[in-house]
Design a protein around this ligand. Structure first.
Ligand code: HEM
Length: 467
């Protein structure tokens, strides 16, 4: 008892001034009661906060997309989202070089989500490769159909269909593209906004058709999933034809996980939609042996997906290497000499590919600085307001390694980044099996030395990640 009294002695004076006739015995009763009450209050408060944050994580929605309301996993109330004004791109796509993303840092490779917030004007990027990409994508859709475009129906008790989100996607793209690239795309609208639950931006009637002016092509947009045969599949096909990006729609399941329920994956290079469609986010990555997924990515990614708000789009980049057949391809004969769609020289044939791993070691062309490509992706993620689906876009850029020496500081930075890969990253990115590793490092080191001799500057100052 005296021990207890001693340890509470600091409390006794303030309590006695509050309850003047409190003796030692009373003190021993009051203090534990007060302490218990305080601890209970703190605990209860903690419980309430945990519950609140769970609700918040389940439901980001309102007109701006940031207000938090209660909803169950797998349910979504359409949001009346006020889109920010989209600035018309000052340059014609035909006059724009591809953006030279160089998403590697010097030094050790750290596995992180690597997302950054994205300005709406940067959602979809078009450049002077548009026509070429369109040709490749059209060819892929024509020749491979369901092996590049898929829309899944409801999976009862697990997750809803991707069909409605596919319809929303084509309308979102048409609204955006006609504002961002008004000289490339022209839209025609329905006469009234009562024709469908699909509305145009700002309450306008929904878009009826879109024309790609330089390609002289025009497409009718399905209004809903019942608008003609295979409306949702058509919506994904049209979406794939409008942009240079591949598109994946992730739908929240009843368990709070996000499932790959629809996609137009025309030019993935190293993976196939048929191996991933219908899988939840974690299995998409674990079946691909993405390094350190479980310990470094899974939790933050799941939280990120549940909380992504309609008004907070993000982007991320990555990079790989691949070898192509020849340095000067015959572009007239071959639709895709750069192996944009499928990295056949690295992976073997697409149909023999066995779920993420080459079925056999392909007969690879001898890698040289001019036959190795830096393959970078720019990915974006945003939540669609009507269906709540998350739309993931993947734009791929291919650059011959021997062009990197023209870019200040890049050869040294890339060489350092490659040396910073751990064994697991090296395995995943083809360091040991791709055949290009020594050739690339040797080339980059020499290019970096030459650059240092030439400029006399400290090229480490040119670090400008991720570009
Ligand atoms: C915040 C979102 C995401 C993050 C941070 C992320 C992260 C990653 C990482 C680190 C890799 C390894 C290659 C790289 O460095 O990029 C990867 C591969 C991959 N990711 Fe994601 N990812 C995200 C969303 C998605 C989504 C929505 C899909 C849906 C289709 C997806 C499909 C894939 C596939 C198919 C691969 C290749 C796996 C393989 O090699 O089989 N990712 N992702």
């Amino acid at each position: 008892m005296s021990h207890l009294l001693q340890s509470f002695s600091g409390l006794r004076q303030p309590l006695q001034s509050w309850i003047p006739r409190l003796d030692a015995r009373g003190f021993c009763v009051v203090v534990p009661v007060l302490l218990t009450a305080t601890i209970s209050l703190v605990y209860l408060n903690g419980l309430v906060n945990t519950y609140k944050s769970r609700l918040a994580s389940e439901a980001p929605q309102k007109s701006t997309g940031t207000e938090k309301k209660v909803r169950k996993f797998g349910e979504w109330t359409p949001v009346d989202f006020a889109y920010p004004p989209i600035t018309a791109c000052p340059q014609e796509p035909a006059e724009s070089d591809p953006i030279p993303y160089r998403p590697f840092r010097s030094g050790e490779y750290h596995v992180t989500m690597g997302i950054r917030s994205m300005h709406w004007d940067e959602w979809i990027e078009l450049d002077n490769q548009y026509e070429k990409y369109h040709r490749i994508r059209e060819h892929r859709i024509r020749t491979r159909g369901p092996r590049v475009i898929r829309v899944l129906p409801d999976n009862p008790g697990i997750v809803g269909s991707g069909a409605d989100a596919a319809i929303e996607t084509i309308h979102e793209l048409a609204e955006y593209l006609s504002r961002r690239f008004p000289t490339t795309f022209k839209v025609e609208r329905h006469a009234s906004n009562q024709v469908s639950s699909q509305k145009g931006w700002g309450g306008a009637p929904p878009i009826k058709s879109i024309q790609i002016i330089p390609l002289r092509k025009s497409y009718d947009l399905p209004l809903d999933v019942n608008d003609g045969e295979n409306a949702a599949t058509r919506a994904m096909e049209l979406s794939a034809l409008l942009v240079q990006e591949d598109l994946a729609l992730m739908i929240e399941g009843m368990d709070g996980r996000y499932y790959f329920q629809a996609g137009a994956i025309c030019v993935p290079g190293f993976w196939r939609i048929q191996d991933k469609i219908g899988l939840p986010l974690d299995e998409i990555h674990t079946t691909g042996d993405v390094p350190r997924y479980k310990d470094k990515l899974q939790m933050s990614m799941e939280r990120f997906f549940q909380r992504l708000a309609v008004d907070k789009p993000v982007a991320r980049n990555n990079y790989f290497f691949q070898v192509v057949k020849s340095a000067s391809p015959d572009a007239i004969e071959d639709i895709d000499p750069e192996e944009l769609a499928w990295a056949e020289s690295s992976n073997g044939t697409e149909d023999a590919f066995s779920h993420t791993h080459p079925a056999h070691q392909p007969t690879r062309p001898t890698p040289t600085p001019s036959t190795v490509r830096l393959r970078t992706e720019r990915q974006t993620l945003r939540r669609l307001p009507r269906t709540g689906a998350i739309l993931f876009t993947i734009r791929t850029y291919l650059t011959p390694i021997d062009e990197l020496s023209k870019e200040p500081g890049v050869a040294r930075r890339l060489a350092s980044a490659l040396r910073g890969w751990g064994e697991d990253i090296g395995t995943y990115k083809g360091k040991f099996t791709g055949g290009w590793w020594d050739v690339v490092l040797d080339y980059l080191d020499k290019a970096a030395d030459k650059e240092a001799d030439r400029s006399g500057e400290d090229i480490r100052k040119m670090e400008n990640y991720p570009f």
